[in-house]
Design a protein around this ligand. Structure first.
Ligand SMILES: Cc1cc2nc3c(=O)[nH]c(=O)nc-3n(C[C@H](O)[C@H](O)[C@H](O)COP(=O)(O)OP(=O)(O)OC[C@H]3O[C@@H](n4cnc5c(N)ncnc54)[C@H](O)[C@@H]3O)c2cc1C
Length: 394
């Protein structure tokens, strides 16, 4: 006999697990939930390979609101996701983000700052002297402006966040099954069942696609729709420095190189301006020339103490880059009443997982967003080819 679940979720990393967890915690939901995940080790999932950081410094209202909710959630994660008195600890450090710019960046910094402050984000603009005063170890020779988050921004254990959602979801009765979604069946505007790699077919009340850079696009295509979400390789490099640099935030240099403290050392990476290139889904080789040729020179230029840094380990993961506008696609799949999607986070999905999980749980149980309105991220804009461009992509 065919099995039935009220909600089936494809992808059991941070997004799938947050959606499952929020659904199971929703007072109006008492149904069954199945999460289908092909790799329970999560070795290649972005959720396990990220830089684990959260910021309010976005250019789009909806992203700022999502992260304001996100930081509150992360601060209280011990109570929110406790299982049998066991409180998860994700090591949240609110060290702030510091964006650095020259004169050409001033109008954009001013415009973004007005939006961020209007939404209640604690972001301050600093001139060159202000930067030198707060961060005396910084080379300010070619800087005229900085944008600094005094609270609400920082970093945490991203893998720990995913595991905390997963543990809470399982404790609340969510079933995780090691398998892969390979097909769907529909009747009019409804998905009626999904097909797994082992040949089994599972009937569902709702179906959610949270299959990330490696799977979300293919699953949308199974539903006869399209989203331009592609894997984009990002290498992350660890390094150490003998000199202590007090009060060091996550820095996004005007060169596009970013770095932040991690334990006793640092991690860093590079975000090119033009990110439309498509990478192979199975390419996880670290781009070492990037460190040698672009990142290290930029680090040494900005902080003279980094000239004698010691490179450490490195890894590569995949952004689920949404080529239309570098913003997530969240909500109902066009043409369906009971198929939902959460993908295309373009490098900021970890911090968005609390708000997106809560939002999709509301859509399923209450038929609409009842707390934070996420409809700006809806698939309607994708189908209409109407971008909601995010300017602050790292
Ligand atoms: C190097 C790097 C740095 C990052 N830094 C940050 C950061 O600082 N802050 C931040 O907020 N975000 C960051 N991100 C982005 C963040 O990690 C992702 O946006 C987020 O993890 C996406 O979560 P997800 O669950 O949607 O996708 P994933 O973690 O990729 O999980 C998708 C899951 O779906 C599964 N799957 C695939 N196909 C199928 C199928 N057919 N059926 C069932 N399951 C399937 C996969 O096995 C996978 O486990 C970073 C990402 C990378 C790569």
């Amino acid at each position: 006999m065919q099995q039935h679940f009220d909600v089936v979720i494809a992808g059991g990393a941070v997004m799938g697990s947050s959606i499952a967890c929020h659904l199971a915690m929703h007072p109006g939901f008492s149904g069954s939930i199945l999460v289908v995940e092909p790799d329970m080790s999560y070795q290649k999932s972005a959720s396990a390979l990220s830089a684990g950081s959260i910021r309010q410094q976005f250019s789009q209202r909806v992203n700022i609101e999502i992260s304001l909710y996100g930081i509150g959630f992360l601060r209280a994660i011990g109570e929110r996701l406790a299982v049998a008195g066991d409180r998860p600890d994700i090591g949240l450090r609110e060290g702030g983000y510091l964006y650095l710019g020259g004169e050409e960046a001033r109008p954009i910094f001013l415009e973004n700052n007005a939006i961020q402050r209007a939404k209640g984000a604690d972001i301050t603009l600093l001139d060159a002297q202000g930067l030198a005063g707060e961060f005396p170890w910084l080379n300010i020779a070619d800087l005229t402006i900085g944008s600094f988050g005094r609270s609400g921004e920082g970093w945490f254990d991203g893998y720990g966040l995913m595991q905390a959602f997963r543990a809470k979801a399982r404790a609340l009765g969510v079933e995780y099954r090691q398998n892969r979604v390979i097909g769907t069946s529909r009747h009019g505007p409804r998905v009626t069942s999904i097909r797994l790699d082992d040949g089994s077919e599972i009937a569902c009340g709702f179906f959610v696609n949270a299959a990330g850079a490696s799977g979300a696009r293919d699953i949308v295509e199974m539903l006869g729709q399209r989203v331009a979400v592609y894997a984009k390789k990002r290498s992350v490099f660890a390094f150490s420095c003998r000199e202590k640099l007090p009060k060091h935030p996550l820095i996004i240099d005007k060169s596009g190189v970013w770095w932040r403290p991690e334990g006793e050392g640092y991690i860093c990476g590079f975000s090119p301006d033009d990110d439309d290139e498509i990478d192979q889904k199975d390419d996880f080789t670290v781009d070492w020339p990037l460190f040698e040729e672009i990142i290290w020179p930029a680090l040494a230029h900005r902080i003279p103490a980094f000239e004698s840094l010691r490179p450490g380990r490195a890894w590569a993961g995949h952004y689920d880059m949404h080529r239309l506008d570098h913003n997530a696609v969240v909500g109902r799949v066009t043409g369906f009443e009971n198929a939902l999607i959460a993908c295309g986070f373009s490098g900021h999905g970890l911090q968005q997982s609390p708000a997106v999980g809560r939002g999709l749980a509301e859509l399923i149980v209450e038929g609409r967003y009842t707390t934070l309105d996420l409809s700006d991220l809806g698939m309607e804009r994708v189908t209409a080819g109407r971008p909601l461009r995010e300017r602050n992509v790292i």
